[in-house]
Design a protein around this ligand. Sequence first.
Ligand code: HEM
Ligand code: HEM
Length: 344
Amino acid sequence: NHLFKLLCGVVAALALTQVAAAAELRERALGMFSPLPSTFPALKDNVITGEKIELGKALFFDPRMSASGVFSCNSCHNLATGGDDNMETSIGHAWQKGPRNSPTVLNAVFNEAQFWDGRAADLAEQAKGPVQAGVEMANTPANVVATLTSMPQYVAWFEEAFPEEKNPVSFDNFAKAIEAYEATLITPAPFDAWLNGDDGALTGDQLAGLELFMNKGCSACHNGVNLGGNGYFPFGLIEKPGADVLPPDDRGRFAVTKTADDSYVFRASPLRNIDQTAPYFHSGKVWDLKVAVQIMGTSQLGTEINDQQADQIVAFLTALTGKVPEVVYPVLPRETSQTPRPSG
Ligand code: HEM
Ligand code: HEM
């Protein structure tokens, strides 16, 4: 009987220690990461309305926004495959291979800076880029507006989405509507449930991976709500990866700031849904997440991450994969005789 009580006591004490350890880990984690908010984030100078979201969604899926009529945003940010295109680097206008890997649009609204080199400030500014980029959609703002204006259904949708405006069909509003739609592409994951207090949301391996992620120093660069997307660092801070992973011709942020210090500086990638978005790095040269994790160990931290540790970190990273909002494929406005014809 005594022995039984003693045993019960020991078990209870152990359980208490475990509870305390879990609480301590959560507290540390909350100091570095934040769960996704439960509502859509507010956008700068862009009130989110249902009408704007629906319009933005149509635009996101509409290939006629490209000069050729072939590429929509969804071509390279496919919402059925993690919000990216699963290619090393994207294929765009006239079958051209672009210079970089396409990042996911899922949760992109939480990135403080857009693109691998942070050259766009927000999603509205960002959306104007691909439409005009020669290797992406190769279109012009004037041709986008002409295309939209030629379809009465689009004109009506722009009027509903931008009711106070004299000239609702504009390239600026095109970008704002897409930004509003992108703000809905948020994917709550088991890690959010765990941060919010659900102890059972992560497995033992995932918790061990989280501890490693913090103890090894990954979270020094990959932190905040998207575990990245908020700061710039040299890729190869400690040891430059080989040209097979880091091709010498793309010097990253250097092209934006023209300062030598920014040579090979890239944005620390956001890591939500990372197990859905191979291949990895701006070059898209690494297909295996475990290999990408081990490269980060040597290139950014100067430390070997052994097999077991890498497996646990990968297990943790899979806990960042969330539920993609259900997307009902939109029926798009019908063209008219006025609609500019596909070119190139
Ligand atoms: C980057 C949205 C069309 C390929 C991005 C980002 C967003 C985005 C939000 C930044 C993500 C981040 O930094 O985490 C859009 C929208 C499009 C569109 C709204 C339609 C208007 C395309 C197309 C392609 C493409 C058609 C491929 C041909 C890429 C690539 C990047 C990128 C390669 C990375 C560029 C870099 O960092 O230099 N896009 N995209 N996008 N997108 Fe798109
Ligand atoms: C990219 C994980 C440490 C800065 C990445 C990627 C992963 C990752 C999986 C690829 C993302 C993608 O392709 O979308 C990790 C892990 C780390 C770690 C597990 C700890 C072992 C760090 C540290 C820094 C850093 C300490 C900053 C000093 C970056 C940068 C990129 C990146 C700049 C983008 C590289 C590129 O240009 O392609 N990280 N990371 N990471 N990480 Fe880390």
